[in-house]
Every structure is written in C-alpha cells, then in structure tokens.
Design a binder for this molecule. Structure first.
Ligand SMILES: [Zn+2]
Ligand SMILES: [Zn+2]
Length: 200
C-alpha cells in the first residue's frame, strides 16, 4: 500500500509506502513550533495546543515523483535537525536528523492530508506525545503507548541500519554525503526573533 504525499499547491508530489509501519505522534517542542512560524503557517501546522502531528517512518519508504526542485531545507541552529518544506507554498514536509545513519523522517501531517479522510485511516491513531511540557494546556499523557511506539520504531530503525538500507534516503545525496539541498541555517538574531513568536 502507498499513501500520497503532496505540498498544498501540488507542485511537490510523492509517496509513502508501508503506512502500516509508521509511528504517529505529536511533538509540542518549541523548535517544531518555531518551524511552523518560520513557514508563516502556525495555524496550518500546529494543533490548538501547539502540537505538530508527525508520522515517523524510514526515509527509504518515502519517494518524490514531481517537483523535487521545490524541496527546501532549513535548520534552526547549526546542529539542529534538518527541517524540510516545499518552497512553492511553504508546506511543512518533515524533519530528519543530520546524520543519515539515524535514518528516520518525521513527516508532518500537512503533506499527507488529502482532505477527504483522517490520517487515522492509513497511519493509525496518535500513539505518542512528546515534549508535552511545552504544550499550551495539558495534552493527555500516553506513557504506555509511547513506550511501545518508541520501541517498535527503534526496531525498524535498527533493521535498516543493519541491512544497510538506511542509505536509501531521498533527503540525502547518493552516498549519504549531506542533504540534497544545502540547509538554510538561521542566524542567531533570526532564531531569537522566531522564538519570541513561539512563546507569545
Ligand atoms: Zn507547493
Ligand atoms: Zn518537536
């Protein structure tokens, strides 16, 4: 089974295979909130408590079919995660680690919605909530399903590491030497400015 991936304007398109293998979670951290503000889309990306609904999967299950030249990368700091978006319409696409060996991508709900059905159908319900102390309000804790989901995903990640398939990653150059596009790293002043919008 595959699930379509697209930016809001439809220029960037692709697929996610094996939707049954994902771990879906909500992250409330300030950096994820800052990314939504960076894109100028806080209301599109964030839920009412400031959470980002993320589908964590292996990069090898993601492929882009159209508009790859629109894929852009930013980072909040020079050590921060790579945060990917479609520059054509500022749709949040996902987050990856800087190290290709930590082969996961957290796809953001904004590139997975087709407007007709809930993400619960292809990807299952939200099973983990992380960084809840930065939420606006008190999201329901899910300690048991969080632990299970993390463990399940670690197994998937380790498998890809052991069999070498982590090298198949559409966000990185073949051979794994760096991201396919150079990331725009925010200058300190820009970042501070952005963080102010998050806490307000
Ligand atoms: Zn677009
Ligand atoms: Zn986060």
């Amino acid at each position: 089974m595959i699930h379509p991936l697209r930016c809001r304007c439809g220029t960037l398109k692709g697929n996610v295979s094996h939707p049954e293998k994902v771990s879906r979670g909500v992250c409330y951290c300030r950096d994820c909130q800052a990314f939504a503000h960076f894109l100028g889309k806080p209301d599109d990306v964030l839920d009412e408590m400031g959470g980002t609904d993320v589908v964590a999967t292996l990069p090898k299950y993601v492929s882009f079919t159209h508009g790859l030249e629109q894929l852009a990368c930013m980072s909040l700091t020079d050590k921060g995660m790579y945060r990917w978006y479609a520059r054509c319409c500022n749709t949040a696409i996902g987050n990856t680690a800087r190290d290709i060996k930590l082969c996961h991508v957290g796809l953001i709900h904004t590139c997975l919605e087709d407007g007709r059905r809930s993400l619960d159908e292809p990807f299952g319900p939200v099973r983990l909530r992380v960084n809840t102390k930065h939420a606006k309000g008190k999201p329901k804790a899910m300690p048991v399903s969080t632990a299970k989901a993390v463990l399940r995903f670690m197994k998937l990640l380790l498998g890809a590491r052991l069999d070498g398939s982590y090298k198949t990653n559409p966000f990185f150059k073949p051979g794994g030497e760096g991201p396919i596009v150079p990331p725009t790293v925010l200058a300190r002043g820009e970042r501070e400015q952005l963080m102010k919008t998050v806490s307000s």
